[in-house]
Design a protein around this ligand. Structure first.
Ligand code: 3Y8
Ligand code: NAP
Length: 249
């Protein structure tokens, strides 16, 4: 009996959950519990950490998971590393379902940063109007560059005061639209966009908006993740599930 555990939090995870519900395949979508109201799903949902690799191994065994699909965000590197280790330990077939990173196109004005600290360092200099489209978890690091005015976008209202002197805060969850992000950057007179190389369509609008407005981008590269099979679309995952099930694994 197939039971797929999807590690979620992306548009890819939601698309796979919808396809599995449609196909009548038992699946559970897992959220870390980072936001107040995770998106409703047409499959069973669980929320919260597993308790490290051991916790995930125990969960895989207790729930009799037959396939593990890591469809987490490319920056959820710790979860992805745990997924590889736990699947190996529990003997559960595992793939990643992820999207390619964005690449600069003609007309783009990108500066690459290896990680969040490098992005903070790259903002040394005269005051600017920075659209910091990184969500909530890493905002405090930018207090090291207090000379700028920041435009922040969180999924939920902040639980504590934001440690940035000058900032505007938008509370909104994606997927976002190009027109919406063009309007946002115009109203806030953003002159640089800082973002993670998330890839995918759900976060891409701001890049198109920046290109349209000629706003330079400080693009943060993805963290390293362990070697694994990576699939790029729902059909490939469904084939993998069908194939893996044929082998009786
Ligand atoms: C809790 C679960 C779906 C998934 C939708 C995608 C698209 C919209 C764009 C900007 C960038 C950012 C952020 C972003 C996007 C999708 C996707 C994506 C970026 C939800 C969700 C959860 C989270 C967690 C949240 C983080 C934050 C990051 C906001 C659901 C809505 C900035 C990443 O307040 C917090 O603690 C938020 C934390 C991790 C990064 C951060 O450092 O703050 N995502 N986002 C997941 C969980 O609990 O397991 O409710 O849908 C999911 C989505 N967010 O099904 O349609 O596929 O990437 N999410 C980034 O890319 O830089 C916003 O503003 O332009
Ligand atoms: P992370 O740093 O890689 O993981 C930290 C810990 O959070 C994990 O060890 C695990 O805790 C728990 N966790 C992470 N994702 C989980 C999931 N889907 N289900 C259950 N537990 C999970 O993760 P993160 O970057 O904070 O991302 C958290 C969630 O937000 C993920 O669902 C991810 O897809 C989503 N998201 C993240 C970003 C981003 O920019 N990082 C962007 C969009 C969406 P235990 O060790 O206790 O198991």
């Amino acid at each position: 009996m197939t039971h797929v555990l999807i590690l979620g939090g992306t548009t890819e995870a939601s698309a796979l959950a919808a396809a599995l519900a449609e196909a009548g395949v038992e699946a559970t979508l897992s959220y870390a519990g980072r936001v107040a109201t995770p998106k409703p799903q047409p499959v069973a949902v669980r929320v919260g950490g597993f308790g490290g690799v051991a916790g995930l191994v125990a969960w895989l065994r207790a729930a009799k998971v037959t396939h593990l699909v890591d469809a987490t965000h490319p920056f959820a590197a710790q979860m992805s590393a745990h997924a590889v280790a736990a699947a190996m330990a529990a003997g559960v077939p595992h793939v990643a379902f992820t999207r390619p990173g964005w690449v600069a196109e003609a007309g783009d004005r990108w500066t690459r940063a290896a990680d969040i600290p490098a992005a903070v360092a790259a903002l040394t200099g005269a005051p600017r109007r920075v659209m910091l489209a990184l969500g909530r978890m890493h905002v405090d690091a930018f207090a090291a560059q207090p000379q700028h005015h920041y435009l922040l976008r969180f999924v939920d209202p902040p639980r504590a005061a934001v440690a940035l002197p000058a900032h505007d805060l938008i509370v909104d969850r994606g997927p976002f639209t190009v027109d919406g992000d063009i309007a946002l950057m115009r109203v806030h007179r953003s002159d640089v966009l800082v973002c993670k190389n998330a890839g995918g369509l759900g976060a891409q609008a701001k890049l198109v908006a920046a290109r349209t407005l000629g706003v330079p981008v400080l693009m943060i590269d993805r963290p390293p993740v362990p070697e694994r099979i990576e699939l790029r679309d729902v059909a490939a995952v469904l084939r993998w599930l069908g194939h893996a099930a044929d082998r009786g694994v």
